[in-house]
Design a protein around this ligand. Structure first.
Ligand code: GSH
Length: 210
């Protein structure tokens, strides 16, 4: 049985959602963030040395990194669902957004979170680097979203699930989406999906679902 090592209020909500979209049976092992540091408990390091979530175990296989997990699940259990056909422009877009979400889109958001938490929300680093990078990336995403219904094309895919987390984080700040209607609409659309709602019921606390 596939097991999702799930940290509350985290990126691993995406993995639950993917499994619900595909209708695959799975178990959840729940982990709670430390209320002060927000870090995962040490026991998660017994599953993977970095102790980050999501991690999945599937028999003797352990997979970390949400993009790699989505690839693994879609390739192994998807039967062609949630992934565009090989050698198509849509497949290339799928791969691009699958990597872009964690490789690029999350970085300025993470800087923003860390600087804010350490009282550096008004620092030069924030105004000279972080804020312009957030603007650059999220204006870019907004403009790309005018091209098609979903990230890889007209069909919903695993790339939409992977892109959901950075967009939910951005959409949590009303100022960030007041001039980005495509991002706002995307987040509303995914939240309305039955599989998304089922994943929320199973996953527990997740602050970016409204
Ligand atoms: N790029 C990784 C990021 C994993 C990550 O940093 N997860 C966070 C949760 S959103 C985490 O485990 N934080 C707790 C910690 O660092 O101890 C992925 O997409 O899986």
């Amino acid at each position: 049985m596939l097991v999702v090592h799930h940290l509350n209020n985290s990126r691993s909500q995406r993995v639950l959602w993917l499994l619900e979209e595909l209708g695959i049976e799975y178990e959840i092992k729940y982990y709670e963030r430390d209320a002060q540091t927000m870090l995962a408990p040490q026991e998660l390091r017994q599953v993977h040395p970095l102790g980050k979530s999501p991690v999945i175990t599937d028999g003797h296989i352990t997979v970390a990194e949400s993009g790699a997990i989505i690839e693994y699940i879609v390739n192994r259990y998807g039967n062609g669902r949630l992934i565009p056909a090989p050698d198509t422009p849509e497949r290339l877009r799928y791969t691009y957004w699958l990597h872009y979400a964690e490789g690029s889109a999350m970085l300025p958001l993470l800087f923003n979170l860390v600087l804010g938490r350490f009282g550096l929300g008004d620092s030069d680093a924030m105004s000279a680097f972080v804020a312009p990078q957030i603007k650059l990336h999220y204006d870019y995403i907004e403009s790309e979203m005018h091209k098609s219904e979903w990230f890889a094309g007209e069909e919903f895919t695993g790339a939409d699930i992977q892109m959901s987390f950075p967009l939910e984080v951005v959409a949590a700040n009303p100022k960030e989406i007041e001039n980005r209607p495509k991002i706002k609409e995307f987040v509303e659309r995914i939240h309305a999906r039955p599989a998304y709602k089922r994943a929320l019921e199973r996953g527990g606390q997740y602050d970016f679902a409204s």
